[in-house]
Design a binder for this molecule. Sequence first.
Ligand SMILES: *Cc1c(COP(=O)(O)O)cnc(C)c1O
Length: 397
Amino acid sequence: MKSTQDYKDLEKKYYMQVVNRMPPVLVTGKGTVVTDTEGKDYLDFTAGWAVLNLGHSHDFVTNAIRDQAGKIIQMSNLFYTTPQLSLAKTIVDNSDVDRVFFCNSGAEANEGASKLARKWGKKKLNGAFEIITTLNSFHGRTQAMMAATGQPHYQANWKPLMPGFVNVEYNNLKQIEDAYNDNTCAVLIEPVQGEGGVNVPDTDYLRSVQEFCKSKNILFMLDEVQTGMGRLGTLFGYQRFQGVEPDVMTLAKALGSGAPLGAFCSKEFCSVLEPGDHGSTFGGNALTTASGAAAAEFMVDNNIPELALETGKYMMESLSQLMSKYQIITEVRGMGLLIGMEMNKDISGDIVSKSLEQGLLINAVRPNMIRFMPPLNVSKQEVDVALNIIDSILKDF
Ligand SMILES: *Cc1c(COP(=O)(O)O)cnc(C)c1O
């Protein structure tokens, strides 16, 4: 049997060194708990990066994957397969979009949405191709999505960037109005910025951007890769904002409940892609969509988004209590179970490693900010355990 160190040596030798990994080598997970090669348990408040909204190895999802693996896993999209249709229907039935295309990741979903937007520009706006996105956004790591992602550190090594993306301030309608020109075909924004530091916009921001888009006949596109599938307390994040209905919406992360699955979805009026315009070998694969269909069905039938709303409130209240106890915490913000804790010092790296020692996995989304994104069915008791760990660590700062 290999030791923890053996695995680390293998990684060092054979894997591309693109990330500084955390120390544990994780082998199993159930619910909110993951276990490493040494048998140590951790409470997982990263949930596979906001992916495991039903927790690790959820029985309903695992059984669906197992069943599907025994039937058919993959056909090309030249043929009809069934799980993708069931998931597409669940998405459409529970949202304001009309059509869905499945792909394999968030970046790919946004690429697809951008292609759709450019086709819209070609057909309706004399070839307009530019997409307005926001600073501190995150849309993925492909060549085009690095240009869409308004964060210099993701862009610096890959200049010149792909043309056709303009980054403006988030939560600022005026900057979108000013950036708009005859070449603009769409706006792409997150309902709440995730990687950018859990930034919640003013209540009327999204709706006013939507109205502006409508007035110019450009597409209002929401990147729901992180906020979708219950994370904010409604099945889709935009449903927390009154009067908001995207023309185009992208999904990934929690969509496949751990199976790599993304989607871009659109309203009928702007569903401009035609046969031959787009495709994907694996996109909509029977195995990944069976996982996604089971997860979505379970989520809807068991009101999981509502649970996220309730537990999110509980967690925000507990964090506010911590904030009144420790001056080092300057703000607690978020929606549903996407929550950030901001501090007046760059200590989030230290907090993450100390938490790890005490058996809690969290994410340092900024040098001065911790992000919590536990499974949506995390128990209040588990929230208490996690925040007691944070409490005991903050005592030392
Ligand atoms: C994670 C994320 C992406 C990228 O998803 P990948 O599956 O890593 O390509 C895009 N947009 C948002 C909002 C995300 O949080």
